[in-house]
Design a protein around this ligand. Structure first.
Ligand code: ZN
Length: 410
């Protein structure tokens, strides 16, 4: 059995664990060291560090302080890694913590986080998903059952000082273009809730004041939320600091392309078994600026789809120029509307798009003025036939129970 280099105790606050951090900064000390060729296990909290509970209330999703996320395990130092190298990471396996065989999906309140469809779903809602070996189903979303495509939503190496300064420059400038926006355009550094691993005292305070938030994906990878970066993948990460400093967290049992529900996919606590190696000078040799990866040879075998098209004309009928974001939103809204015809509430349909292995594709970006995006809904995840027919649709979902919702507190 490989060594478990980082353990997490789900009964303990992640702030008490010195091998966990929630910001990106080059001064965060390595939690542990490995050699090229080593394989090892890292345990992780769910991205909120256990804040979201397995119950039937969305109050926690509504009330969470989003400045605490994401709790990452690491950084793992790799001996011999230097700036300009590629860190090769094999995700040998990923799983849920045995004492925590469940996950959550939610929509944040528009006033606290929002999401891709926040104007349509402005209030906090939450569904709980139970794991049955390979499969998952939810007491809050009847009629679906699917195999997980387990992956870390967030994985990457520490930035160097120059890269960190550049992230902060561009994001703080961007926030300043519309500082009062709800939800905000981006999240600036925020020291009060920063957890910098082993770093303490004045050094911690200085690093916390400028540590980058973990929400966006950046050049180093980070919070990419790519469902296909699943167990069995091989990833090539740019290295910016001596030792690389690899961190991982935000494990997902399953997710639809886009992670459109934002809180999030099916979020879980778990473990990652990985192996690391180096390609010296690999960034320049291969012209690599952002990570690249090879997907897993093992993926759920869903091969029949109902595909929804969307174009870059918004809900108000306004024309947008080749805007894939608008087009994908329309494809998602079209799928939600369709699923309600089988008895789902709109929230249940939205949860399915956020959790199930739906694919999103950029189908066309040249046919002015409309981009075309498509949402691929796997038909085999449903307990019933969702194809259009002359006799249908049949309301298979007869319960009117919705996903638990928590109104904003005024
Ligand atoms: Zn996540």
């Amino acid at each position: 059995m490989p060594d478990t280099l980082i353990k997490v105790d789900l009964a303990q606050s992640p702030y008490a664990n010195e091998m966990v951090h929630n910001r990106w900064h080059p001064d965060i000390p390595m939690a542990c060291w490995v050699k090229p060729g080593d394989d090892f296990v890292l345990e992780t909290y769910d991205w909120t560090g256990g804040f979201i509970k397995n119950n039937d209330s969305a109050d926690d999703v509504r009330d969470i302080d989003l400045s605490i996320v994401h709790f990452l395990s690491g950084p793992v130092g790799v001996k011999g890694a230097e700036p300009g190298d590629l860190l090769v990471v094999d995700l040998l396996d990923v799983g849920a913590k045995p004492e925590s065989l469940w996950g959550f999906n939610g929509f944040f309140s528009k006033k606290n986080g929002g999401g891709f469809l926040t104007d349509h779903f402005p209030l906090a809602q939450k569904s709980i998903w139970d794991f049955h070996g390979l499969y998952t189903s939810s007491r809050h979303v009847p009629g679906v059952n699917f195999a997980g495509l387990i992956h870390p939503g967030l994985i990457g190496c520490l930035p160097d000082k120059k890269m960190l300064a550049e992230w902060n420059r561009r994001e703080i400038e961007f926030i300043a273009t519309e500082p009062d926006r709800v939800p905000p355009l981006a999240n600036p550094p925020f020291a009060a809730t920063a957890h910098m691993g082993k770093l303490g005292g004045a050094a911690k305070a200085a690093a916390a004041a400028e540590g980058a938030r973990t929400v966006p994906p950046r050049e180093h990878g980070g919070n990419c939320d790519i469902k296909d970066l699943s167990r069995g993948s091989k990833i090539y990460f740019p290295v910016y600091v001596d030792g690389a400093g690899l961190s991982v967290g935000d494990l997902h049992f399953s997710q639809g392309d886009g992670e459109i529900t934002f809180c999030g996919a099916i979020e879980m606590a778990g473990w990652v078994h990985m192996k690391v190696d180096l390609i010296k000078g690999g960034m320049a040799k291969y012209g690599i600026r952002n990570p690249i990866f090879k997907p897993s040879p093992i993926t759920p075998n869903y091969n029949d789809w109902l595909i929804f098209e969307g174009i870059s004309v918004d809900e108000q009928g306004r024309q947008h120029y080749l805007d894939v974001h608008v087009a994908y939103r329309q494809a998602c809204l079209n799928a939600i509307e369709y699923l309600t015809k089988f008895g789902y509430t709109r929230a249940q349909a939205y949860a399915i798009l956020g959790t199930a292995p739906v694919q999103g594709h950029i189908s066309g970006v040249v046919d002015i003025p409309n981009a075309c995006a498509t949402l691929w809904l796997p038909t085999q995840i449903f307990d019933f036939d969702i194809r259009p027919s002359a006799s249908g649709p049949v309301k298979h979902i007869t319960s009117t129970d919705d996903i638990p919702m928590s109104p904003d507190v005024v």
